[in-house]
Design a protein around this ligand. Sequence first.
Ligand SMILES: *[C@@H]1O[C@H](CO)[C@@H](O)[C@H](O)[C@H]1NC(C)=O
Length: 405
Amino acid sequence: MKLISTIFCNLILINAAINTENGYCVSKDSCEETKNTLSDKKWLFYDVNPPEGFNLRRDVYMRFAILLSNEQKRGKLQEFGLVLPPWYKLYHWKTTKKREPIPWGNFFDIESLKSFAPVVELYEIFEKSLKKQLIIDTIYVLQNYENPFENDLFEDKWEVQEECPYVPQYWGYGNITANEIICVKFQGKISMLPELFQLHRNDKFIMVAQGEIPLHDNYGDRTYWKCRKSMKFNKKLTEIAFNYVKEKLNCDTELCKNYLGVHWRRQDFAKYRSKDVPTTSGTVKQIQNIMQNKLPHVQTVFIATDASAKEREILQNNLETLGYNVHYYVPNIAEVTEFDDGTIAILEQIICSHAAFFVGTHESTFTFRIQEERELLGFPSDTTFNRLCPDKGNCEKPSRWTVVN
Ligand SMILES: *[C@@H]1O[C@H](CO)[C@@H](O)[C@H](O)[C@H]1NC(C)=O
């Protein structure tokens, strides 16, 4: 009986395939449902300017997820799903061996993302494809205005341009293409984007390139935090980090009391933003200061960093001389081959999120994401919004983006 119904369903599927104008099967569960949703469903793809890193991209995701969620609550864009752009050749992920685009599920809990917005992985769209190529109807390539303050006013506006420099990467896939590219100068809130989609009302596969250009409508409001909360890392990563905290740092609760978390950003920050970050010896002094003043009974420091092996060693030796236990996340042999840089960075973030006290790097999105996580966990904000200061000169306090429930 099971066999017969499978064959029967397959037959209908073939029928559905024949009847399909754009060649996509949207649901594998029900053939009838497939027929219906096929004609209705639309997909919103987006991409981000290649140099932008993982943690800024997480914020761009939130803008798109919030856009769709808000619109759908108002009865608009009902037929749309948001396609999660695979992670491909990220600038900071230097040692990443896997050159294949990485799906979001490798890092995030997809069910949790879905609880906030109708998201789907790109490979799921591929799986539903009955053709050899995925054809996007229109790509809207966004560009900044040359002068954002034209007439001394920052206005929300957009206008179609003749042309623009743009080489589509399609997240590293060679079998995706587009029918049309429209260049648009864009400035302002992301809720203005659906106006663009009116240019081609019947498109089913829409893509926004340079998706970092539109801004949040309301940064830090209740919806923002609801979306942020749904951006959970997947169970596997959460477990690995939790085990590390338990075994190496001797803490088995969420709000640990026995270690300091530090995000010590070096590399490009040390080179180009030396006015904002300390030297290695300045870092030692500041860590010592925090330990003495904020955590007098604590001996353990966990450091998340992109510093070179040499710099790590110097910092570690100096802190150990002062009597502290210093930890970096060092992947074991099995993990080295399995994990890419992105995975290790996430583990470091989770570990910093649970620290008794956290100090980060000025204007680093890696630091921002840790601060948000700590707000969600319920740490007092004083233990979270702290930064390493430059050795000399001004040290502006970090903005406090506190959670809104
Ligand atoms: C495009 O290529 C990828 C990787 O080679 C493959 O997994 C995917 O199924 C292909 N997509 C289509 C629509 O054939």
